[in-house]
Design a protein around this ligand. Structure first.
Ligand SMILES: [Zn+2]
Length: 257
């Protein structure tokens, strides 16, 4: 029996299927992660072109038959500007990949979907190192939605200044460092503490806020490389395996910018 339903979500993957169609992976509020066919979307001016575009966020009307198919799409946000910058593009791909890997079918993670949309919005609007900052912040928030939260505010055991990012125990001082992880430079630590803080930087995408500018100055290329190395390995630790797309996105944007 065929049933129709509406669900709001984001396109986290889109692959060619046959000559004119695509199969997309959607992360939705109401249905969790689902795959759906978008017919005829590769033709010029196709009605459902946007529905099959990576990063598009909106309301999908789905027909559940033998295979789920998108029949209508109302776009809320297309994040068009993201595709015009290589760095924004790779950072956004990494956000979508994270959502795709950690979100399980038949399980609902509305907070993670919201955070991913929020991440793309910030990455789209931010400039310079702000792009990396908002990425790091959302990446950590996303992992925390899936049960891998890291707390800021000092060593997780004694509260003194941390020196180590432990994949099992969060930020630790020298005395309490345990398990797999990496040492942090001064700059990397200050950036992480700000990324993990509850401060609202959403109005700072253009870097006019002076406190925000101080943080961004610390995010030089070496610090970005260091933090992305740690985040990538933390992702592998949490998901229990390496992830090739993520590795590629991180590498590409560090080399290309
Ligand atoms: Zn300690």
């Amino acid at each position: 029996m065929q049933t129709e339903e509406k669900t709001v979500g984001i396109v986290v993957a889109s692959n060619d299927f046959g000559e004119n169609d695509k199969i997309i992976t959607l992360c939705t509020f109401e249905r969790g992660k689902i795959s759906a066919l978008v017919k005829g979307c590769k033709k010029q001016n196709a009605k459902l072109k946007l529905a099959s575009s990576l990063f598009c966020f909106g309301e999908f009307k789905l027909l559940n038959a033998k295979f789920t198919r998108v029949t209508e799409f109302n776009c809320i946000e297309s994040f068009f500007k993201i595709t015009q910058s290589l760095k924004k593009f790779y950072l956004s791909c990494a956000i979508c990949e994270t959502l795709k890997v950690f979100m399980k079918e038949e399980e609902l993670y509305p907070e993670a979907v919201s955070e991913a949309v929020n991440a793309l919005k910030n990455i789209e609007e931010a400039e310079g190192a702000g792009e990396e900052f908002f990425f790091i912040r959302s990446f950590l928030k996303l992992l925390s939605c899936f049960g891998y939260g890291i707390e800021g505010g000092g060593c997780s055991v004694c509260g003194t200044k941390p020196v180590f990012f432990s994949f099992e125990n969060g930020l630790c001082c020298e005395e309490h460092k345990a398990g797999k992880g990496e040492y942090l430079s001064e700059n990397a630590l200050s950036v992480l503490e700000q990324a993990l803080s509850k401060k609202d930087f959403s109005e700072s995408t253009h870097g006019s806020n002076s406190e925000f500018n101080v943080i961004l100055k610390k995010l030089d290329l070496n610090t970005v490389k260091e933090l992305f190395f740690i985040l990538r390995h933390y992702f592998y630790f949490c998901s229990d395996k390496p992830n090739l797309p993520l590795k590629t996105y991180f590498k590409e944007f560090v080399l290309n910018d």
